[in-house]
Design a protein around this ligand. Sequence first.
Ligand code: FEO
Length: 169
Amino acid sequence: MLGEKMQKALNDQINAEFFSAYLYLAMEAYFESRGLPGFANWMRCQSQEEVVHAMKLYDFINERNGRVTLKSLETPPGEWDSPQQVFEAAYAHEQEVTGLINSLVDLAIKESDHATNTFLQWFVAEQVEEEATACGVVDRLKLIGSSGDGLFQLDKELGQRIFTPPPAR
Ligand code: FEO
């Protein structure tokens, strides 16, 4: 059984993960409007992954005999000045999410909730990857600068990303 504090914090994280999905959908729409379908595809995959993160938490709360409660989502931003600015915002967002995950781990330790702590380790590792990926694209965009050719190449590359859904429960 989940403690009340832990349950509330995990429910808050469901909201944060769905907000991430919403944010990346807004970024997808921006790239669509800029005629960059590869970047848009990457953001669609990223958004779908965030829903997987949210549902992992959702299933875990139920498994622990807790109660899932859903809240409304904040409106995400919709405009950015450049692809680089979008990825800088994505990187900053992932750093914030890492902070949220770390706080959840701190709480699980404080509450001696070993099961939740173990469960959260997947998210700890995932955040390392999430930050590295977003930061990697920022670095590429910095190198590309104002080169249309470079942007075109990167768009082609990001267009190859495929979302693989997790196995059905
Ligand atoms: Fe759910 Fe992008 O971390």
